[in-house]
Design a protein around this ligand. Structure first.
Ligand SMILES: [Cu+2]
Length: 82
């Protein structure tokens, strides 16, 4: 049973990678956000906003809405000043 679960997880991960590779550079945007967030001096409200925008951006990317994703991630980057 454990092995099956692992296979499912790996398959999903590989599918995600394949999709990502075929798409835009949205993932690079949220990677930059993830890298900058722990170091950024944000208040709780700003940090929550950045996390929300980052999550929304990832979801938009997964939905194939790459322009919206880039715009949303761009807003998060603006708050982070990156
Ligand atoms: Cu994308």
């Amino acid at each position: 049973m454990k092995r099956l679960a692992l296979t499912v997880v790996l398959t999903a991960a590989l599918a995600a990678i394949a999709t990502t590779a075929a798409a835009h550079n949205c993932p690079n945007e949220w990677k930059a956000i993830d890298a900058a967030l722990p170091k950024a001096k944000l208040d709780a409200k700003q940090a929550a906003e950045v996390k929300k925008l980052r999550a929304d951006g990832e979801q938009l990317h997964k939905d194939g809405k790459h322009s919206e994703s880039m715009a949303t991630l761009g807003k998060a980057k603006k708050i982070l000043k990156i």
